[in-house]
Design a protein around this ligand. Structure first.
Ligand code: NAD
Length: 245
């Protein structure tokens, strides 16, 4: 039996991760029913159905997408990995599979968590806007595949077919349960490896509080309608103030 899609029923791919779990918690608070799809289950919550699987597996995705109308895609291998084949398999082929599954399941909206690094070429960017071109020489495999992933998702936006897409581009995300950014900074400082300054000390870096990223993801999902100018577009997301670094 096919469950009728409800606009308040969504799936979070990568929902066991740092950002994904914050998103899930906020969605529940806003009255959404949530299916989490992830290769691992890291917690339990009432109102959340967990589907353990690899996003490269279309059949597994289709099971998790039953009755869903909105999909948040927040899964990726850890950026620190150097495994080019893994990034290509998950971020490129996997995203193609996610989009195919979404089409087959009649999903109406897909919101991708991309990355601000897709426009970073290694030189400083201040007040960077969304009309900056994609990096021609991405800084690593992670970014190379995040660029291809974002292009795939935005290209899939098709009002005729009824699939609307948008991408949000945070840079570094911090907040409770952050497994990487702040713990690594603190650990490096404790080991005495932060006693030097790159440049003249006026460098800025853009970290975004996790709740603000979540807010941006939900706002874009709720604004995504056929007549909306955000269809098929990518948006940088930041706090009011960059952090002096
Ligand atoms: P995370 O590692 O905490 O979460 C990612 C989740 O994806 C994990 O739970 C992991 O199990 C899952 N996953 C990985 N491969 C999978 C696969 N093949 N199938 C199903 N699930 C899989 O990372 P995060 O920090 O929460 O990042 C979420 C998203 O935000 C990612 O797309 C990342 O590129 C993007 N992003 C993160 C930051 C940051 O600073 N954390 C900055 C910019 C963009």
């Amino acid at each position: 039996t096919r469950i009728r899609p409800s606009s308040k029923r969504c799936a979070v791919i990568g929902g066991s991760g740092f950002l994904g779990r914050h998103l899930v918690e906020k969605l529940l608070g806003k009255g959404y029913t949530v299916s989490v799809f992830d290769i691992r289950q890291s917690y339990e919550l009432p109102g959340v159905t967990f589907h353990q699987g690899d996003l490269c597996d279309k059949q597994a995705l289709l099971t998790a997408l039953q009755g869903v109308s909105l999909v948040f895609h927040c899964a990726s291998p850890a950026p620190a990995s150097d495994d080019k084949a893994l990034f290509q398999r998950v971020n490129i082929q996997g995203t193609q599979t996610v989009l195919q599954a979404c089409t087959e399941a009649g999903i109406q909206k897909v919101v991708l968590t991309s990355s601000a690094s897709v426009v970073f070429e290694g030189t400083d960017i201040k007040d960077g806007r969304e009309d900056l071109p994609y990096a021609k020489k991405p800084i690593d495999y992670y970014t190379e595949t995040k660029i291809e992933q974002e292009k795939l998702v935005l290209k899939a936006c098709d009002k005729e077919k009824g699939l609307l897409t948008v991408a949000i581009r945070p840079h570094g995300i911090f907040g409770p349960r952050d497994p990487q950014l702040v713990p690594i900074l603190v650990d490096t400082a404790r080991r005495g490896n932060m006693k030097f300054i790159i440049g003249d000390g006026s460098n800025l870096v853009d970290f975004t509080f996790v709740d603000n990223v979540v807010h941006g993801l939900i706002l874009s999902a709720e604004s995504l309608r056929p007549e909306s100018p955000i269809c098929g577009k990518a948006y940088h997301i930041t706090n009011d103030e960059p952090v002096r670094f």
